[in-house]
Write a protein that binds this ligand. Structure first.
Ligand SMILES: N[C@@H](CCC(=O)N[C@@H](CS)C(=O)NCC(=O)O)C(=O)O
Length: 230
């Protein structure tokens, strides 16, 4: 069996997606976290774009880009997460290709510079929400994208739907309630153990701390857990 090393920044959603696929497939892997501002030389030497995630195979080959990584894992290890039907598989890949657009809309809320930018970004989220709601209506009954069987599409959206809820808890966005299929899907993904690389409260606190450090518009609304008194 191959030796897998997943190199990570703790809060990177693209790393999280790869980790979800590894967990869904019960693959043993070493999860090694590095700091974005202090990328070690060994990492720079194995990461073509100097980005995470990198999935190192047998300490010989680096896979990069979470989508390519997920496809590789699905081709080489069981259980198969892609649907067997080629048409369904193409539809699944198409919706997975939409993830960067969806991610950009969620990130635009998090990193808006001003209140006006935040309000614009907040309104724009309804566009991908409407599209996903329509896709879910076509796909079936849930709880997952294709119905009862978990797939790569689920793994790719989970980190970003989770971050929508984080943002909603910092300053209410109030959109997902209008999209019942999307909301139920997001809740099913969050309830899935494979979504989580860290205990949930700890991870949300890390996300908040990152937002605070970025010091964008939303930072003023971020409450951090109180530091325990000595
Ligand atoms: N399209 C890439 C995105 C990876 C990515 O943007 N990673 C970020 C961290 S979340 C990164 O390494 N950024 C460092 C940089 O851009 O130098 C993937 O799916 O793997």
């Amino acid at each position: 069996m191959a030796k897998y090393l997943l190199v990570s920044f703790k809060t990177c959603p693209w790393v999280q997606r790869a980790a979800i696929v590894l967990r869904e497939k019960n693959i043993d892997f070493e999860f090694r976290h590095i700091e974005p501002d202090n990328r070690p030389d060994w990492f720079l030497a194995i990461s073509p774009h100097k980005k995470v995630p990198v999935l190192r195979l047998d300490d010989k080959v680096s896979l990069f880009e979470s989508s390519a990584m997920s496809e590789f894992l699905d081709e080489t290890t069981q259980p198969r997460l892609h649907p067997e039907d080629p048409v369904e598989r193409a539809i699944n890949r198409a919706w997975t290709d939409y993830v960067p657009t969806f991610a950009a809309e969620v990130t635009a809320v998090a990193y808006a510079d001003t209140e006006a930018d935040y309000n614009k970004a907040k309104e724009r989220i309804t566009v991908p929400f409407e599209r996903l709601e329509a896709a879910l209506a076509k796909q079936g009954k849930g709880p997952f994208f294709n119905g009862s069987k978990y797939s790569l599409v689920d793994a790719s959206y989970a980190p970003f739907l989770q971050r929508y809820f984080y943002l909603d808890r910092i300053r209410p966005l109030g959109h997902i309630e209008k999209f019942p299929r999307l909301k139920a899907w997001a809740q099913a993904l969050i309830a899935r153990p494979s979504t989580h690389s860290f205990p949930e409260g700890e991870f949300e606190a890390m996300y908040r701390l990152n937002l605070k450090k970025r010091n964008k518009y939303l930072a003023q609304f971020v409450e951090l857990p109180a530091v325990a008194a000595e």
